[in-house]
Design a protein around this ligand. Structure first.
Ligand code: C5P
Length: 219
């Protein structure tokens, strides 16, 4: 079975996808982490985020691996665990430029489809229902207001000891959504057959219950 969870930045996709995968004992795949890992590779090697051949060359020369763990998914760059580093501000604010590159998407989508062929999977991202797994049995499009998403991100940051302004977070989320939904290839878009869930006024538990209901109705 394939469960696709798409939606804009910070809508809670990974949190929900991880819990659903755990409950069902499915493999979890965070495709955003893949685009983030490639962005980190470019940053580490001082390659411009728009330098297509430079980035493709790095992807050929370095290994990026994804491991399922109890907590979700670990990302290894040349066997070094970079799961925290890929969440940094600089990666978050530049990943949309790298993810807009056609050849980067082609390589990562191939990896994503392979993973989905090998196991029951819950995959989250922006184009899973529209492009990566168009035949997924369950397609969810998670949304929440920009204000709520920025507030959630703000709380997460405070817990991690990072101090950012709520207004800056709102602006960054809006800018990333704009870039992700206006790129030429596989833009962020609700698949026609996806079920939209607005999580603005819902707790994590309520969202998990709602998504589980949808999954059960498709079994
Ligand atoms: O989900 P997350 O916020 O970690 O995704 C980071 C970025 O990766 C997105 O803003 C988007 O640019 C890119 N992405 C994508 N397609 C996906 C998943 C993520 O283009 N399927």
């Amino acid at each position: 079975m394939q469960i696709a969870i798409d939606g804009p930045a910070s809508a809670g996709k990974s949190t929900i996808a991880k819990l659903i995968a755990k409950n069902l004992n499915f493999v979890y795949c965070d495709t955003g982490a893949m685009y983030r890992a490639v962005t980190l590779l470019a940053k580490n090697h001082k390659i411009d985020y728009g330098d297509v051949s430079g980035i493709l060359d790095l992807m050929n020369k370095h290994s990026i691996k994804f491991l399922n763990t109890d907590k979700g998914q670990d990302v290894l760059l040349d066997d070094v665990n970079v799961s925290n580093e890929i969440r940094s501000e600089v990666i978050t604010n530049n990943v949309s430029q790298v993810s807009a590159i056609k050849e980067v998407r082609e390589q990562l989508v191939e990896m994503q489809r392979k993973l989905a062929n090998d196991a029951n999977i819950v995959m989250d991202g922006r184009d899973i229902g529209t492009t990566v797994l168009p035949d997924a049995e369950v397609k969810i499009f998670l949304i929440a207001s920009v204000k709520v998403r920025a507030e959630r991100r703000y709380k997460e940051n405070v817990e991690r000891g990072i101090n950012t302004s709520l207004k800056i977070l709102e602006d960054e989320i809006e800018a990333r959504d704009y870039k992700d939904s206006h790129r030429k290839i596989s833009p962020l878009k609700k698949a026609e057959d996806a079920i939209e869930v607005d999580t603005s006024d819902m707790s994590i538990e309520q969202v998990v219950n709602k998504v589980s209901e949808i999954v059960n109705s498709k079994k």
